[in-house]
Design a protein around this ligand. Structure first.
Ligand code: COA
Length: 194
């Protein structure tokens, strides 16, 4: 049987636990509904002041994104609801279709961070965000997300959604710093082993 993904207020939780289902992962969903432009601009400026260039990427950067994601794949915390499989280069190239947009940060010519966003008429959802190991904890994750939100805001997108693993404090921190509010928590339950 499959893993059951349930919201933390789901009334089925006591019966799942009583039946021996085991908690194997926790995840969350957060939304940004009224973005604060100044806050977002200051997140981008902080990275620019450190000498980085933060901007949208076209598909000619697929190989650079593939190299970044191959380096970072092991650092995405696994839960049944949240994980990242990079796959081969063609899978990265396919990120630029179906309304998705890609934004990144460069240190000189090296792509050191990226965020991929699915865009719907008035809503955008982060697909993933990552920062190269040596560059984490300096506001660069916030900067790439902020530049994406500013670009999409100017195109009429109103609501920005994102999510992640419960244990991913850096991801939670980066999103909260930009004004995202945690709206949902989810639990993954594996069926009892017989
Ligand atoms: C998640 C990730 C993108 C964050 O990028 P980052 O550049 O390190 O994040 P930032 O520095 O912009 O912001 C992190 C915030 O979380 C806070 N934080 C809390 N716990 C933290 C932790 N354990 N590690 C790092 N930051 C933490 C920081 O203080 C900071 O907030 P502040 O600016 O208000 O002080 C990066 O850690 C990463 O690439 N991880 C691997 C891939 C991944 O898990 N991606 C997310 C899932 S899609």
């Amino acid at each position: 049987m499959d893993v059951e993904l349930v919201r933390d207020d789901d009334p089925r939780i006591p019966s799942l636990e009583a039946a021996g289902y085991r908690l194997v992962g926790e995840s969350w969903g957060a939304r940004l509904r009224n973005p604060d432009r100044e806050l977002l601009e200051s997140a981008v400026l902080r990275a620019s002041a450190a000498g980085l260039v933060v901007r949208e990427l076209d598909s000619s950067y697929a190989e650079a994104l593939f190299v970044l994601e191959t380096a970072n794949e092991k650092d995405y915390p696994y839960t049944p609801a949240t994980h990242r499989v990079v796959g081969d280069l063609s899978r990265t190239e396919a990120l630029w279709v179906d309304g998705r947009r890609v934004f990144g940060a460069f240190d000189a010519s090296l792509l050191i961070a990226a965020t991929v966003v699915s865009v719907f008429p008035e809503r955008a959802e982060t697909v993933f965000t990552s920062v190269l190991g040596d560059y984490r904890g300096r506001g660069i994750g916030q900067a790439v997300k902020a530049v994406s939100i500013l670009a999409l805001l100017s195109e009429g997108v109103q609501v920005f959604g994102t999510g992640g693993a419960g244990i991913n404090e850096a991801s939670l921190g980066a999103n909260r710093a930009l004004g995202y509010v945690l709206e949902e928590r989810w639990r993954s339950y594996a069926p009892p082993t017989s």
